[in-house]
Design a protein around this ligand. Sequence first.
Ligand SMILES: [Zn+2]
Length: 72
Amino acid sequence: MIKTEIMAKHPNWVVAGYADLDTTVNCANCGRALKYGDGYTSRQHFTDNGAFGLCECGTCYFAQLKKELATG
Ligand SMILES: [Zn+2]
């Protein structure tokens, strides 16, 4: 999904493709709050122009990675 679609579904989430490392954001996938610097670059959710992956928590990032590796 892109940021606009995620924000439409979850207006109270803060999702970001880039931010200061100390900024608290929500995981673009599950909504868990985390510091931008502690997140991973999403492989499934992107900024509206597709240039950057949105910040995602480790649990979601590695779950997606595992899925991609399993399906090739
Ligand atoms: Zn997550």
